[in-house]
Design a protein around this ligand. Structure first.
Ligand code: IMP
Ligand code: MG
Length: 340
């Protein structure tokens, strides 16, 4: 009998925690038959270093860098012109994106009208990529699906046929790539300061993998938090301004400065538990180390706790996570933009 198994990469904060890097790393080493993006649209920006060069993708999953079929799932919204442009750039860079990128026929499209609705300042500070209007129309049943857009026809697949395809004798092993993060999830985030899709492992299941066949859920977070949007979020401390500068915390899609604050442990625990995270990658530890500031909110509504040095910070955080997160097996601290 054929099976479809999957590992899922999910952001536990507000996006921008380095999913692109983690997916790029896993895709290289994991024997995956497909990499699937399961939510969001061109509001996302995944920064990837491949053989020393920097690439930013908005729609194309990171599988293309390793020659793996890369599918945009049915839960995504696709701006066709932007996707075609991204494919062209990746082709020119030598990645055979036209052969590798596929779009689920049930994905919805973001139209020019959707984008036009978001010109000027939006109330919650969106990326102005038409994401909310596209999902609104999808759910109001007046949207347009990818299968009805002629410029996408040569990329279309049926996700069921694609994953349960007879050519994969042993079945498929899929790497699921999320966009945005738990704090921006339309249900779990701080509504209305959220994106318009589900950003949890639930959305990965919806892309076409049986829940029992998810092996690893790889959570991605940072040892501080950042958020882009119009609610007040930033902490008030000069070291946080340093973290923003050293960590280059400016949006990959919009260039906006990301508001920075200290790590919020109770929220990280919640996101890890709800997603069933088995492995957690804590990126950008090098940024904290460069700035030399080690602080975290360790209780809801509590004061910021200060730690004397890096080892006492990481040890406390790790112990707390292992004690509080049921499925968690491993915490990996990463200090490089290019590798784990
Ligand atoms: P939208 O997804 O463009 O509608 O924006 C809704 C909220 O999510 C805004 O606060 C955006 O800044 C934020 N957002 C959307 N996509 C991303 C992302 O990929 N990284 C970080 N923030 C994002
Ligand atoms: Mg991003």
């Amino acid at each position: 009998m054929k099976t479809v198994t999957a590992d899922v990469v999910v952001d536990l904060q507000f996006g921008d925690c380095g999913k692109g890097k983690v997916v790029h790393h896993l895709a290289k080493n994991g024997n995956y038959t497909h990499v699937v993006r399961y939510n969001g649209g061109s509001n996302a920006g995944h920064t990837i270093y491949h053989e020393g060069k920097k690439y930013v993708t908005h729609l194309v999953p990171a599988g293309v860098f390793h020659g793996i079929m890369s599918v945009i799932g049915g839960g995504c919204v696709v701006d066709a012109d932007k996707l075609l442009h991204e494919i062209e750039l990746l082709d020119e860079a030598g990645f055979r994106a036209s052969d590798l990128v596929r779009v689920s026929k049930n994905a919805h499209v973001t139209t020019k009208e959707h984008v036009a609705e978001e010109t000027g300042e939006t109330k919650i500070g969106t990326t102005r990529t038409g994401n909310g209007p596209a999902y609104r129309d999808k759910h109001a049943r007046v949207g347009i699906r990818a299968e009805d857009v002629s410029s996408l026809s040569k990329f279309l697949i049926d996700p069921y046929e694609c994953f349960w395809d007879n050519r994969h004798e042993l079945g498929s092993h899929v790497l699921m790539e999320g966009a945005q993060g738990f704090g921006l999830d339309v249900d779990w985030g701080d509504y209305p300061f959220v994106s318009s899709s589900n950003c949890t492992v639930a959305a990965a299941v919806n892309a076409g993998v049986p829940p029992q066949n998810i092996a690893e859920v790889i959570g991605v977070a940072k040892p501080y938090v950042t958020y882009v949007g119009s609610k007040a979020f930033a902490g008030d401390h000069p070291d946080l301004t340093e973290i923003q500068r050293v960590g280059q915390e400016f949006g990959a899609t919009t260039g906006r400065p990301r508001q920075c604050n200290w790590l919020h442990l109770p929220e990280l625990v919640k996101a890890a538990n709800i997603n069933g995270v088995t492995k957690l990658v804590m990126n950008k530890l090098d940024v904290l180390e460069d700035v030399g500031a080690y602080r975290a909110f360790i209780k809801d509504g509590g004061e910021v706790q200060e730690f004397v040095d890096l080892p006492s910070f990481t040890k406390f955080v790790e112990n707390h996570l292992y004690e509080s997160c049921e499925q968690l097996e491993e915490v990996v601290w990463s200090s490089s933009p290019e590798k784990i």
